[in-house]
Each structure stands twice: as structure tokens, then as C-alpha cells.
Design a protein around this ligand. Sequence first.
Ligand code: 5AD
Ligand code: SF4
Length: 339
Amino acid sequence: MIIDRREIERMLAAEGEAMQELFARAAAVRDETVGPVLYLRGLIEYSNICRKNCLYCGIRRENRSVARYRLTPDEVIAAARYAGERRFGSVVLQGGEITTEDHIACIESLVVRIKSLFPASPLGVTLSFGEQTEATYRRWFRAGAHRYLLRIESSSERLYRSIHPDDGLHRYEERLRALRALRRVGYQVGTGVMIGLPGQTLADLADDIVFMRDMDIDMCGMGPYVEAEGTPLVERCGPPPERDYRLAMALKMIAVLRLAMPDINIAAATALSSLSPDGRLDAVRCGANVVMPNLTPRRGKEAYRLYDDKSSAIDSRLLCERIGWGEWGDSLRFGKKNK
Ligand code: 5AD
Ligand code: SF4
């Protein structure tokens, strides 16, 4: 059944009982489609050095108050080994956007090392290092990465432009190019948006859902916009909606996306926990099936502040769910497409 855009917008407007029903329906669809299983990805925040200057992001290039770091290869490997020993099944290696050959080669060799850590059942490796050339994506894919996260942030070109500097480095077209390149190379492709941006309408959010369906994505990570110290977004674009609105809307987006794309992987984003201690748990209760416990060593974790109150502890209540221990937990949709 294809849910049309008007229906999507109607569901996103749900409140009270109708909203609770939406959540319950989405969780049931998740259970019936991808199964009542929560997959874990150990998140390793490799570096907060970034060439970009996104208006909303705490580690933007021009934020001088950030202490920049890069993990050593041994720190990354230790975190990945921990993920394997704890039987997480997969890791996500994430960091700012850097396009130097040195960086590309470092990531490439880290992927090779992570893949060889547990030869009998290698860890799944997801990368998230922003926009790169197709050749770079291919190198990392050949090294063993098989999933890539690159959020569109907003599928509305107008909104995308309003939250990024107009300097030629932050182009909507370029983001689309990168997403298409990832698909061509053969990755399971994840994207997502920020929810509750200044100037974002219900219609924009409905368009985001339609965009993800049209792009036929395999995975999604999306969460609320969270204020970030030292960033100019609010100054430039005005105040965002209330925190409660952002939180509820983020959960509704997850639920609606689950109904629109039942067989994809949807992550309970960390940003949810910045707005509510129950944020990620609620996301799982309304359709998400992936969580990413943070395994970054402390010296990095504190400096990798994309937004304020960034939490990393994983709620022990999440571990009461049925966990896909030791499994990659690949996107079911991707598997069907490539059969
Ligand atoms: N609030 C919420 N999410 C943010 N991100 C960056 N800054 C913020 C913020 N202030 C998200 C973006 C990016 C991901 C790495 O973090 O969506 O893609
Ligand atoms: Fe860099 Fe990503 Fe932050 Fe933009 S959102 S400044 S690309 S880390």
C-alpha cells in the first residue's frame, strides 16, 4: 500500500490519542516486517575536524571554541574490538568531512583492520564521513565498508540553503550527487533529516518522507534539531519550535517513515536523548530498530559536540528489548532489492 502525501501530512499532524495510535501501528509494522529485534551499532566518533561550516553544527569549521581531535588508529581498533567482544555485530565510524588523500587512506586502512579483527565473523562497518568523490566511496567499499550514512538534512532546497552557508561548498545538488554515487558503488545507503528547524513546515516534513521513499533508501537516521552553542543558526534563521514539539514531531516522523517504508532500518538518533531522557526508548517504541551506543574514548566524546547536552549513555531499558546480538542487521529492503 502506498501512502499518499496528503495522508502523510495528516499523520504528522496527529496529536493525543491519534498520535499514540500512530506510534503503536508503526511499532506493530516494524515487528511484522523487520522483526521485533533491536540492532546495535557501536558508534566511533573518529574526528571532529571538518572542512564544512553548517550553520547548525557545533563542530563547524568556524567554531573556534572546539578542541579538535582525531583518534589514533589504535584507539579506533580498541573501540571496534570492544564492539565485537560485546557482540554488537557492527560499528559506525563517523567524523567530519575531510577530503585529503591522507584522511582517505587512513579511513581505508582502518576499515581493513576492523574487518580483519574477527575473521570468523567480521564486524559490519558503516561509514559516515560526508560528501566524497565516487572514487573515494569505492575505495572504502572495496576495503570492506558496506553501509554509508549521509543525511540530506532537509529535502527542501530552500530550507537546505537557509541552514548552510552560501559559499559554494554547501550545495544541495552536491549532496544529491553524493547520495547517488553511494548507491552506484553498492552501499546500503542511509540518509535522514533534522526535525524542527526554524522555518520548517509540516509540508516540508511530509516532503522529506516522500523524498526518502523516492530515493529508495535502505536506512534512516533522523532526529530533532537541537540548539548548539557557538553556532549562528538561530541568529540567522530565527528560533526553532518548542522542544516538546520537536521531540513529538521527530517521533511522528519515525513512525510515519516506518509505515511508508516498512522494511528499512531506522535508527533512534542520539539527538532525541538531548531533548528527553526517554527519547531513544520512545523512538524504539514507535518504529525504530537500530541504536548506536557510543564507544568513542572519552577524550573524543567530549569534543564531538554536534549540539548541546549530547548524551551518550545507552539507556539500560533499551537492552530489555530483543537485541540482535552479533548480527549485522542489514537493511531488509536492500536485501530484497539485490536478490
Ligand atoms: N541538532 C541536531 N542534529 C545535528 N546534526 C548536526 N548538528 C545538529 C544539531 N544542532 C546532525 C546532522 C548531521 C549529523 C552528523 O548530525 O544531521 O548530519
Ligand atoms: Fe561538518 Fe557534518 Fe557538522 Fe556540517 S554537520 S559542519 S559537515 S560535521
